[in-house]
Design a protein around this ligand. Structure first.
Ligand code: BGC
Length: 757
């Protein structure tokens, strides 16, 4: 509906109607104003399936929803590194929404995986903001291609469940801009989600739901967000502040309590009526967009189940394979572990899908090979049972290869609380150890939403990380185990050797409603790389049944100016004997030494399907942002002149090709000129260097004259004096020379003139 028409409707609404309209009519519906023809629309979770609740509503996955299809969770889909797949899955979900009359799907959830312990990591995409942004933007485009909205969540810095509803995530601005906000930024700028869901937590002391800086200055003014912001369920603290900050819709509502506060605030001028009108407009605009774009769709659960299996097979990550996979149909495999029968394929909480059916690996056994089965340990708890273990060892003894279906029980990770540790249930580790004593190849298939420690990693012959791969997980597992599908997923997060290695370890999850993101931008591989630490499996790692060679790296320009894009291309060859897909990663390493930066950062990726022997050229683009860091002083993104290394990797720790390119013509980074400016910054700035050199020469002379000849010769050389001055503020000349306050002020003015010329 046109803007003017919507505003005409708003002009006919009473203040009471408007106040009521900006909160949900019930748990899942927006309000209706029948006398004006304003319909109520429904929203549902999300993100990897439809959790449409008809009867008893709740936001924690407690009560049932309609039978639906559970697609792989984001922890898995992220490993596809496949924008097209994300789009396709989004479009499937969009069609399901149309069929079920759901106007917006509450997802994607794109919070950065700061700690492996976050209970909700299974719903989140990556530890890397570029990967998270690209993949979620593609998903959003997919859902919205079906005229259904998305709600990218949880905005912002909601990276743990502990005290999630009232804790403050204390994050410096550069870290927010470079790590925690870019996924949202990318999605908003390139995919325009219809809605954004603000998070429960505070960001630097202010609730996200009433944070003007986040909801208005950044989201709307800087990024150009056009939709409406809804609260997470129950995230509103001060509703009046929220309206003024840019929170349009309170969900699920407050039984009228906040409506009354809004009415009072409009009457006493705390909220301008135009501000409330804008909130109403933004919601109505999306409601009518959905109403006008209604499509006739059928929710074909069987077809979507098959699609879910195909997506899952693209996501699973082969972490290790010492030539034991794929399994052959004529060898006997012993499947051990309750997860073979009951795969864990989704996490708990608001994203929990009431799956219409589930395919386990074991249910397909007859179609694939000679398979024996013993439960060994249960899928739902940590319980070592001597008899079950003995039976498992007996069964395994009769097989050529042992496949252990392991993973985390539901209670180990869920929305609402964080994990207490990074271990698998002890009963599983124990049985794996015992199975290894049989001396047969042991293959482990893992079902978990976030990294686990693997004390047996060196001893087993293969590890397949299935993550939480949706209701058809078992089919995808069998296709990969038996080589019908060549695995091609790669990790979108690092698996550290142990929890203590993680950069957030000392500051997760905080205490007393405060969590300090003290590791700054050094999240995930950015930290492990900087510390040159060994990890269990690095970011971007994933094996295939074939091999790939990289060659012929080219850049379209060796020198590039601000605003110019750089196109990087290379050839990828399938050097093995099976068709396969390779994910090629492009990292940029800043060699200019102008700011503290991670060793390298992912700035693009591409995947390519190749037949045996086939070579294809792939290309990836780099833009201004690919080289930039966020300069807090200037409040802008900045990339200095100088050298940048382009690194092409099969993983973050398997860099195959590299070259250097040079940036020229960037505006120089001028230090903030005041009495506190450091001499070193003035000396290394081209614009001020000459001026300062002269000034220092004079001062050195004065300083030198005051010293004894012995000190001059040995204690402080000229070079040392210069080095010391690097960190001296201009004002300190007051103490070390005859300069007065007035002189300093004059120098500041003169410097300001110099830099403005
Ligand atoms: C979750 C959201 C979810 C909402 C509605 C909240 O508890 O944090 O992700 O969309 O409930 O179920």
């Amino acid at each position: 509906m046109e803007k003017a028409k919507i505003y005409e409707l708003i002009s006919k609404m009473t203040l009471e109607e408007k106040a009521s309209y900006v909160s949900g009519a019930d748990f899942w519906h927006t309000d209706a104003v029948p006398r004006l023809g304003i319909p109520a629309v429904m929203v549902s979770d999300g993100p990897h399936g439809l959790r449409k609740q008809d009867d008893e509503a709740d936001h924690l996955g407690v009560n049932d929803s309609i039978k639906a299809v559970c697609f792989p969770a984001a922890c898995a889909t992220a490993c596809s590194f496949d924008r097209d797949m994300m789009f396709a899955m989004g479009a499937d979900l969009g069609k399901e929404c149309q069929a079920e009359n759901v106007s917006s799907l509450l997802g994607p959830a794109v919070n950065i995986k700061r700690s492996p312990l976050c209970g909700r990591n299974f719903e989140y995409v990556s530890e890397d903001p570029y990967a998270a942004g690209e993949l979620c933007a593609a998903y959003i485009r997919g859902v919205q291609s079906q005229n259904v909205g998305t709600s990218i969540k949880h905005f912002a810095a909601n990276n743990q469940e502990y005290e999630r509803m009232n804790g403050s995530s204390n994050v410096d601005e550069r870290t927010l801009r470079e790590i925690y906000l870019p996924a949202f930024e990318n999605a908003v700028k390139t995919a325009q989600p219809w809605t954004v869901m603000c998070s429960y937590n505070k960001v630097n002391g202010e609730y996200a739901s009433q944070n003007h800086w986040l909801l208005t200055e950044i989201l709307r003014d800087e990024w150009g967000f056009e939709g409406y912001v809804m609260s997470d369920w129950g995230a509103v603290s001060d509703r009046v502040k929220g309206v003024n900050a840019g929170l349009d819709l309170e969900m699920p509502g407050s039984n009228g309590a906040n409506d009354a506060l809004i009415i009072e605030a409009v009457k006493n001028g705390t909220i301008k009526e135009e501000t409330l009108d804008e909130c109403v407009y933004r919601i109505l605009n999306i409601v009518f967009r959905y109403e006008e774009g209604r499509q006739k769709e059928v929710f074909d659960r069987e077809a979507d189940h098959e699609k879910s299996a195909a997506y899952a097979a693209k996501c699973m990550v082969l972490l290790k394979n010492e030539g034991v996979l794929p399994l052959k149909a004529d060898e006997t495999a012993a499947f051990i572990g309750g997860f073979a029968e009951k795969p864990r394929y989704q996490g708990g909480g608001s994203s929990h899908i009431n799956s219409h059916k589930v395919t386990s690996a074991l249910s397909l056994a007859d179609a694939y090979g000679k398979i024996l089965y013993a439960e060994g340990f249960p899928a739902d708890k940590d319980e070592y049972d001597e008899q079950k273990a003995a039976a498992a060892l007996d069964t395994a003894g009769k097989a050529d290869k042992i496949v252990v279906f392991a993973g985390l029980p539901d209670s180990f990770e869920s929305e609402g609380y964080d994990r207490a540790h990074m271990s698998l249930p002890a009963c599983q580790n124990k049985l794996i150890g015992e199975l290894l004593t049989l001396g047969k190849p042991v293959i482990v298939v893992l079902h978990n939403g976030s990294p686990v420690e693997m004390p047996w990693a060196c001893d087993v012959s293969a590890i397949l990380e299935a993550y939480l791969s949706g209701e058809a997980a078992g089919k995808a597992e069998m296709e990969i185990l038996y080589g019908k599908v060549n695995p091609s997923g790669k990790l979108s997060e690092t698996f550290p050797l142990r929890l203590q290695d993680n950069p957030s370890y000392l500051n997760f999850p905080g205490r007393g409603k405060q969590v300090n993101y003290a590791e700054g931008v050094f999240v995930g591989y950015r930290y492990y790389d900087a510390k040159e630490m060994d990890v269990l499996f690095p970011f971007g790692h994933g094996l295939s049944y074939t091999t790939f060679a990289y060659s012929n790296l080219k850049v379209d320009k060796e020198k590039f100016a601000p605003g110019e894009t750089v196109t990087v291309s290379l050839d990828v060859t399938n050097t093995g004997s099976m068709a396969g897909r390779e994910i090629v990663q492009l990292y940029v390493s800043d060699k200019t030494d102008v700011a503290v930066r991670p060793v390298k950062e992912l700035k693009n990726f591409v995947s390519v399907e190749l037949a045996p022997g086939e070579t294809r050229t792939v290309s990836m683009e780099l833009n201004e942002r690919s080289f930039s860091w966020y300069n807090v002083d200037k409040k802008e993104w900045y990339a200095a002149d100088g050298t940048y290394e382009i690194l092409i990797g099969a993983s973050s720790r398997d860099i195959r090709l590299s070259c250097e390119i040079t940036r020229e013509g960037a505006e120089e980074l001028i230090p903030v000129i005041d009495a506190d400016v450091m001499m070193g910054d003035l000396m290394s700035c081209k614009k001020t260097a000459g001026f300062v050199k002269n000034m220092i020469a004079e001062y050195m002379q004065a300083f030198g004259d005051q010293q004894s000849s012995e000190t001059k010769e040995s204690a402080v050389t000229d070079e040392m004096a210069m080095s010391m001055q690097r960190f001296m503020p201009l004002r300190s000349l007051r103490s070390f020379s005859s300069l007065t306050n007035a002189d300093i002020a004059n120098i500041v003015e003169a410097l300001k003139k110099v830099v403005s010329e």
